[in-house]
Design a protein around this ligand. Structure first.
Ligand SMILES: Cc1cc2nc3c(=O)[nH]c(=O)nc-3n(C[C@H](O)[C@H](O)[C@H](O)COP(=O)(O)O)c2cc1C
Length: 211
């Protein structure tokens, strides 16, 4: 299948310039995430996370951003998953948000660390019971012989933890600590606005980039 060369939409709903951009990338991110939340996406906080394995091969997947502040961007997962194994050998990761209705993309690059056990526990216990059981039952990214095996494991953990399942030792949060941000705003005739923020010793250095 091929897409026609003129099948792409032209952009131009918004613009981004040095006058209006926030000096602090976390504030700029907050502004755009708030706009996305108001724009009624199903998961405005969904982001693609790319990791690189021991052989230098990249892989990406969507996760949900659950918390963020100036310390970083937090998501939750199974530490023994494919992404978890990649992160063990290479802590460099890249996150990407794309909100099509707003014609906006944000790239965030940095290193990653596990959040504290206490923070993971607080989040885990705020989840619905079925999700907490699901975390126990899923050996995320391992080969699963059949759906029935998964359902049996769910039943096993419901019997084991009929109330209050504890945090699985292999499950918790990661925090992406950014060193670089890039904000992309679609503009007319592919002449998009792009701004990068590079972390310096004292503050963030902002540059406009060619589209
Ligand atoms: C909208 C959406 C949200 C998701 N959120 C998460 C999440 O927060 N945490 C997670 O571990 N996987 C989440 N997933 C599943 C991941 O994309 C992925 O399949 C899973 O984490 C296994 O990835 P891995 O084998 O690369 O480690 C989500 C998938 C989608 C489509």
């Amino acid at each position: 299948m091929k897409f026609k060369s003129d099948s792409h939409n032209d952009y131009g709903k918004f613009k981004l310039d040095l006058k209006s951009i926030e000096k602090n990338p976390f504030e700029q991110f907050n502004r755009w995430l708030s706009d996305a939340q108001k724009a009624d996406f199903i998961d405005a906080n969904a982001m693609s996370i790319s990791t690189v394995n021991a052989d230098g091969k990249p892989s990406s997947r969507i996760v949900l951003l659950k918390q963020f502040d100036e310390n970083g961007f937090v998501f939750f997962t199974n530490y023994q998953s494919r992404k978890g194994k990649d992160i063990e050998v290479n802590p460099n990761i890249c996150a990407l948000f794309f909100w099509d209705k707003l014609e906006r993309q944000i790239r965030i690059e940095g290193t990653i660390e596990k959040i504290s056990l206490l923070e993971s526990e607080q989040y885990y216990h705020s989840r619905p019971y079925q999700s907490r059981i699901g975390a126990w039952a899923s050996e995320q990214s391992q080969i699963l012989e059949s759906r029935f095996t998964l359902i049996r494991k769910v039943a096993k953990y419901i019997t084991k933890y009929p109330i209050n399942p504890p945090l699985p030792p292999f499950w918790g949060g990661y925090r992406l600590i950014p060193e670089y941000f890039e904000f992309w705003q679609g503009r007319e005739s592919r002449l998009h606005d792009r701004f990068s923020y590079q972390k310096g010793d004292r503050n963030w250095e902002i540059q406009r980039l060619y589209p």
